[in-house]
Design a protein around this ligand. Structure first.
Ligand SMILES: O=C(O)C(=O)C[C@]1(C(=O)O)C=C[C@@H](O)C=C1
Length: 366
């Protein structure tokens, strides 16, 4: 093959790719027909609401795709391809509707796409409360909201919503977050005196802004995408925004990856009406209300420690009822249906004023 002219080599390789694509196409169609049959089985046995989207099964499919992978594609790349195939298969069963904290171009939209794939129908809402409300009303199947950022900590508004909601957490998404400084076609880049962004993004780029634009006024707006939209009419303004928002609003990136922490990432939660079955590698999130008394936190955490359950996050919020001084959000490894988790939760329940399981769900795969 080495002595064949380049043109012939390319022709031969492309013939091979065409043949492989034909096989892949046939297999994808066969898989899609299987998914249709899965839907028929679910419909036939469905008394009550039929669950088409099965987060635990999706996590298993993606994990298997990664385990099987022998390269040269990376495990993540392979899983992403399967993510899209499954998204298209699910759309054949039921076109899934997902509300997210918008507007278009936000990191939350990226998280929704990463988790549900491109065949889901996604709809932006302007506040976290609205995303909760849409899912509660059944207007959409699921919602996506940010919950914590590795630089700035917790998104308290999301946690507060769980206090008054019966929705369940049915998944999590992690996203590496890169920020860019963007300008519009009318911006005079030498006289930038205002920089718009979401408060958390401004905070995540604080050092960079101090070094490069110490005099510019920093203006917090409702989202990065809103910041990107705003500067289109302002000659002396720039915005901090994700690449997607820059593309959507036709803005120019004049500095990229300006976040202070290079491993800056955000975690998002998928909220829905149903509980999720164990996938084999899960997390559980609980909300606990406790009286203000000495040793209260130790009392809460001790059973987890004794039963060797790893806590992944403990967050405190002021309770709104006034009766309980503390409300804790606790995440740990394991599923609420695991016997050891069940026993631990029973024990903890007996020690606190109130305990609510917010959800047990597969750990983020991608
Ligand atoms: O296994 C199922 O229950 C399916 O519906 C099939 C399938 C898939 O394409 O693999 C599709 C959607 C579900 O969310 C999970 C998996």
């Amino acid at each position: 093959m080495a002595d064949q002219p380049q043109k012939e080599q390319l022709l031969a390789l492309r013939d091979r790719i065409d043949a492989l694509d034909a096989d892949i196409g046939k297999l994808i169609s066969e898989r899609a027909r299987c998914a249709q049959q899965v839907a028929d089985v679910k419909n036939a046995s469905g008394d009550g609401e039929v669950l088409y989207y099965r987060p635990e099964r999706e996590a298993q499919v993606l994990r298997k795709a990664m385990e099987r992978n022998q390269g040269p594609l990376s495990d993540e790349e392979m899983a992403r391809l399967f993510r899209e195939i499954m998204s298209a298969c699910l759309a054949l069963e039921q076109p899934i509707k997902v509300a997210y904290l918008g507007p278009e171009g936000t990191f939350t939209q990226q998280a929704a796409l990463k988790h549900f794939g491109a065949s889901a129908v996604t709809k932006p809402f302007s506040a976290i409360d609205e995303v909760f409300r849409e899912v509660e009303a059944g207007a959409v199947n699921y919602g996506v909201v940010p919950v914590e950022n590795s630089t700035e900590g917790v998104v308290s508004h999301t946690l507060d919503n769980f206090m008054n909601s019966n929705l369940k957490i049915c998944g999590e998404v992690e996203l590496r977050v890169h920020h860019n400084l963007v300008v519009s076609s009318v911006t005079n880049v030498n006289s930038i005196s205002r920089i718009y962004s979401h408060g958390q993004s401004l905070a995540q780029c604080r050092k960079w802004l101090d070094a490069h634009y110490p005099k510019a006024e920093r203006i917090a707006v409702s989202s990065n995408a809103e910041a990107a939209r705003r500067i289109r009419g302002e000659w002396n303004a720039a915005a901090i925004a994700p690449t997607q928002a820059a593309e959507l609003y036709e803005l120019e990136i004049i500095a990229d990856k300006i976040e202070d922490q290079p491993d800056n990432s955000t975690r998002f939660l998928i909220i829905g009406a149903e509980e999720v079955e164990p996938s084999g590698d899960d997390k559980t999130s609980i909300l606990v209300a406790m009286r203000n008394q000495p040793g209260a936190l130790h009392n809460l955490l001790e059973p987890f420690h004794r039963n060797e359950i790893d806590l992944t996050r403990v967050e405190t919020r002021p309770s709104r009822t006034g009766v309980w001084t503390y409300v804790f959000f606790v995440d740990f490894n394991g599923h609420q249906k695991d016997p050891v988790v069940r026993e631990t939760l029973d024990e903890v329940s007996a020690r606190v004023a109130d305990l609510k399981v917010l959800g047990a769900y597969p750990k983020a795969v991608l």
